[in-house]
Write a protein that binds this ligand. Structure first.
Ligand code: C5P
Ligand code: C5P
Ligand code: ZN
Length: 476
């Protein structure tokens, strides 16, 4: 039995089909979850002795699917996308172009296919309970179980670490913690000795950032006098009974002893509360962390959250090959390259957020939006939109739409909501799908985060449509 019993029979069917493939083409999405999905699936195929090639796509549309068909593999395995484009894929299946096998977690389009593994088909939430990499992991476990000829003797549980990086990269943690089917994967990873779940400071950069920068740049919870205040962060630390430097360099969080960590964490919490941060917000400074125990301490790869950002820094800049190589174990050239890409990605995110602050956000009745034009890359505008929900002047409780220019003809739209809004009926996947098709585009995704491509010039009518659909969802 696999880690998610509800998915067993679909996973087994997919695994059996893959064992019959002559050669499979594995196609995946260009983000952290897509990369880890591909790494998990490719490793499992490799171990099972199934010949395959890997390719990445920014998104799947009719033209991209036709491209895949033209490569003449008898089987195409889609990971972290495919369900939303099931209608187009099924048409190729019917034409005998290839046999599709899908391991995805996006909202499925209205069509049927035989080998389709998706949490949403089994009552499991695809935005918070299982990621694309999680679906690929379930498939990997089934592939191992289905290895009749005993060619290899692994159960693939070591791949749980990558599956968790994918889930964290897709922001699936609810209040900082993985839940549902994701939990089962965490437990398998812990049992296999590749993962450790712990409670720690919930700030980004514990492995790699110098202590003052860790605090200064922390945007998760804003602490007056520390956040975005280099001198403030340094003097806060200097008041504590903790050695701040070693050999002339700032120490990092990983360099502290447990005792020192406790000292800093409790001082930080106290400071937050005395400076007026509400207790329920201050509590978010501490949370669940996922450590990849086989990775070197003090590297991005040791922490699931830093690992996922490193991967986004490759794939969203046309270097999915680099991220995949790191996932598959390259700790030399590819890792160096990924780190250089990461500093570029970080700069782009912070400049992107500045752009949003300068542009400001337009408010409609239900939705708010900004148009970044060419200022923000279309591949990261969704990440920036999500970050913008925490910024001054942006309503944190209103769905946000973000436009970025794709090319002369097309505009990319990203949308982000909150768990609370989803609880009230928001489904951005439906909003993006319906509003984009109404103006001659296409889109989809998850209830809490979705995207679309529309013809350039249709932005205004798109906003109008989206506002009306959201009104219906929240008030109708
Ligand atoms: O295509 P994919 O599923 O991998 O993309 C997920 C996207 O949705 C990520 O960019 C992630 O930031 C966003 N997301 C989010 N909040 C959630 C779930 C997903 O912002 N609760
Ligand atoms: O690109 P962005 O990060 O905004 O995507 C958010 C979610 O919407 C992702 O899960 C992505 O796969 C999905 N999406 C989609 N169709 C599009 C664009 C995005 O299903 N045309
Ligand atoms: Zn995903």
């Amino acid at each position: 039995m696999g880690p998610v019993p509800e998915l067993d029979s679909r996973a087994d069917a997919c695994a059996r089909r893959l064992h019959e493939a002559d050669a499979a083409l594995l196609a995946s999405h260009i983000d952290a979850d897509g990369l880890t999905s591909a790494a998990v699936a490719s490793t499992a195929l490799e171990r099972a002795g199934i010949a395959h090639e890997v390719c990445f796509k920014k998104q799947l549309d009719d033209a991209e699917i036709a491209d895949l068909a033209a490569r003449e593999f008898d089987t195409v395995l889609f990971t972290d996308f495919g369900s939303g484009q099931l209608d187009a894929i099924a048409a190729h299946e019917a034409a005998g172009d290839f046999e599709p096998v899908i391991a995805d977690h996006h909202q499925p389009a209205d069509a049927e296919t035989e080998y389709h593994l998706n949490p949403l088909l089994s009552g499991i939430d695809g935005a918070s309970e299982l990621s694309g990499a999680g679906a690929a992991y379930v498939l990997a476990r089934a592939l191992a179980a289905d290895d009749d000829d005993g060619e290899y003797d692994t159960d693939n549980r070591d791949l749980a670490a990558l599956a968790v990086v994918g889930a964290v990269g897709d922001m699936q943690a609810v209040d900082g913690e993985l839940v549902g089917a994701n939990r089962a994967i965490v437990e398998e990873g812990a049992a296999a000795g590749v993962l450790e779940e712990g409670t720690d400071l919930a700030l980004y950069g514990k492995q790699t950032r110098p202590l003052p920068k860790l605090l200064e740049y922390a945007s998760e919870v804003r602490i007056p006098g520390i956040t975005n205040d280099q001198q403030g962060a340094i003097s806060f630390l200097q008041d504590l009974p903790v050695e701040l430097q070693a050999d002339g360099d700032w120490r990092r969080w990983v360099d502290l002893s447990d005792e020192e960590k406790r000292t800093v964490a409790s001082a930080l919490l106290q400071r937050a509360i005395t400076r007026g941060v509400p207790a329920n917000k201050a509590e978010r400074l501490v949370g669940t962390t996922y450590t990849l125990t086989r990775e070197q301490p003090g590297t991005e790869l040791r922490d699931a959250s830093e690992f996922s950002t490193l991967l986004n820094a490759t794939a969203r800049y046309e270097r999915a090959d680099v991220g995949l190589a790191v996932c598959l174990g390259d700790r030399g050239d590819a890792f160096d390259r990924a780190r250089r890409l990461l500093s570029n990605h970080r700069r782009n995110l912070s400049e992107g957020l500045e752009t949003v602050k300068q542009l400001g956000v337009e408010r409609e009745e239900y939705v708010q939006w900004f148009d970044a034009g060419e200022e923000i890359r279309e591949t990261i505008v969704g990440i920036v939109a999500g970050m913008a929900l925490g910024v001054d002047g942006v309503d944190p409780d209103r769905p946000i739409l973000a436009f970025a220019r794709k090319n002369d003809e097309e505009t990319k739209v990203s949308s982000r909501g909150t768990g609370r809004l989803v609880g009230r009926g928001l489904d951005l996947s439906a909003v993006m799908g319906e509003a984009s098709r109404a103006v001659g585009g296409d889109g989809g995704g998850h209830d809490v985060a979705a995207g679309a491509t529309i013809p350039a010039g249709e932005e205004e009518s798109f906003v109008e449509r989206a506002d009306a659909i959201i009104a219906e969802q929240l008030d109708g």
